[in-house]
Design a protein around this ligand. Structure first.
Ligand SMILES: Cc1cc2nc3c(=O)[nH]c(=O)nc-3n(C[C@H](O)[C@H](O)[C@H](O)COP(=O)(O)O)c2cc1C
Ligand code: SF4
Ligand code: SF4
Length: 434
């Protein structure tokens, strides 16, 4: 049986599933029930200085839903904890005492002043918590006060504050990064330069969910005004995976431990983050939508997967897929694929033809001997995958890899077994010459 035990920076947890800093971790009552359900760890809802912040008493959340009403994205305008520091610290200490085998990491956000950090860090340490996470990521509310994203968008600030934390605290320091930045490698490098033990990502993405066209008001709104919020949930997973991979393969941060966050709803999502190098994963939206019990499926699903693959520990596959992420210029231009339609499962809806005809390469015919029939003309197909992406029938359209020696009917060339990329292509004016 697979062992899901995780050792992240010396912080042990029975499984890699941690709850991200957010409403599910904002009080003892919640965390107690989360641990009973089986969560391996929590990052406590972000602590700040007293007097504590005040939230609006109106819609704090709104969702983007798919056609089947499934929640794809969640937007929130909530701030950090709106309870006193003392209350939070007492509860954290009690939780850690009752649950010594679970990871309890404390998220912190205080002003960018050395004194503020020097003041709060020993108090957090005194709770017995296992680590701290620096919230440089909230894109709303707190950023207007010079915290959260306002720090996370300036690598020099990240480095400076991380250094203070390493100086005034003995606990492992995890720097939580904002995705609201052009190139994630710079803040990650800054965190490492400041001495961070790890980074976690992503926090939420700045967003406006919509506009009420009758009232001409952005949605959601408080009274007759709204404010941008932070976007998360399944829709942000691809953005998070890319950023995780970018940090993992960037030379200055390669090997820096990562806690992956963003749209993780199932064991499979979690496994993908681990395969790209994450040591633990954090979950928020999925729990806000489905409740604490989803961790049971996550645990059993990951165990089954690892058993099937013969992985005994998380380390057996952590980072295994990272080497497959590369720059476009290194992709093999001699690799050729063509779409194939499985006629037995095709329901003849015509969507593949529509998209290929209007936006791709006009490679799908609609008629065979007067009958409605959809088939790919290999001589026009570039293997772009658009038809397969829109086909409503699973696996009805697949891409076939042409083997070396076969003729690519589109170019008339024999498919080569030689790897050749853009860096040496004759059409590339910058191509390296032999
Ligand atoms: C309502 C809400 C409140 C949040 N509050 C915090 C917070 O206090 N500190 C923090 O670091 N992140 C906070 N987050 C961000 C989450 O920890 C997480 O980074 C983000 O939601 C992405 O994960 P997900 O896609 O699983 O939701 C909050 C998210 C939500 C939805
Ligand atoms: S989209 Fe799929 S099901 Fe519809 S016609 Fe094309 S192959 Fe058939
Ligand atoms: S793979 Fe692209 S080009 Fe080929 S048939 Fe499908 S949509 Fe058309």
């Amino acid at each position: 049986m697979a062992d899901l035990h995780s050792n992240f920076l010396g912080i042990h947890s029975p499984n890699p599933f941690w709850l991200a800093s957010a409403p599910p971790t904002d009080k003892e009552y919640n965390v107690e029930r989360a641990f009973q359900a089986g969560w391996g760890g929590v990052v406590w809802k972000t602590l700040g200085l007293d007097p504590h912040v005040v939230n609006v008493c109106g819609p704090r959340y709104s969702t983007l839903r798919g056609a089947d009403r499934r929640i794809i994205g969640l937007n929130n305008i909530e701030l950090i904890t709106d309870r006193s520091l003392e209350t939070n610290l007492e509860e954290i200490a009690r939780i850690k005492q009752r649950w010594p085998d679970r990871a309890v990491v404390v998220s912190i956000m205080v002003p960018c002043e050395e004194e503020a950090w020097r003041w709060i860090l020993p108090q957090v340490e005194a709770t017995g918590a296992d680590g701290i996470e620096l919230n440089f990521g909230c894109p709303h509310g707190m950023s207007e006060r010079g915290m959260g994203t306002a720090v996370g968008q300036v690598p020099e600030y990240i480095e400076m504050v991380t250094r203070w934390c390493k100086q005034y605290c003995r606990l492992p320091v995890i720097v939580k990064l904002t995705p609201n930045i052009t190139d994630i490698r710079y803040p990650a490098r800054a965190a490492k330069a400041g001495g961070a033990d790890a980074v976690s990502l992503i926090n939420t993405i700045s967003s406006v969910m919509g506009v009420d066209l009758d009232q001409m008001l952005m949605t959601p709104h408080t009274g007759n005004q709204g404010s941008h919020g932070g976007y998360c949930g399944p829709a942000v997973k691809p953005i998070a995976l890319n950023m995780v991979a970018e940090i993992g393969r960037d030379a200055p941060t390669r090997g820096l431990p990562i806690s992956g966050i963003g749209g993780i709803s199932t064991w499979r999502d979690a496994a993908e983050f681990i395969a790209l190098g994450c040591g633990t994963v954090q979950v928020c939206t999925a729990v806000m939508v489905h409740g604490f019990q989803i961790v049971r499926d996550m645990i059993s699903g990951l165990e089954n997967y690892m058993d099937e693959k013969g992985f005994h520990t998380l380390e057996d596959f952590r980072g295994m897929a990272l080497g497959s992420v590369t720059d476009w210029r290194y992709l093999n231009l001699n690799h050729v694929e063509k779409a194939v339609i499985d006629q037995t499962s095709c329901i003849k809806c015509g969507r593949c033809h529509l998209v290929c005809e209007d936006t791709s390469h006009q490679a799908i015919s609609t008629n065979l001997m007067g009958e409605r029939h959809f088939a790919v003309r290999e001589e026009d197909c570039v293997g772009c995958n658009l038809c397969a992406s829109v086909c409503p029938v699973e696996n009805c359209i697949s891409l076939r890899h042409l083997q070396p020696g076969e003729v690519d009917k589109r170019t008339g060339n024999v498919v080569s077994d030689q790897y050749a990329n853009w860096t040496t292509h004759p059409n590339n004016p910058m191509a390296a010459t032999a």
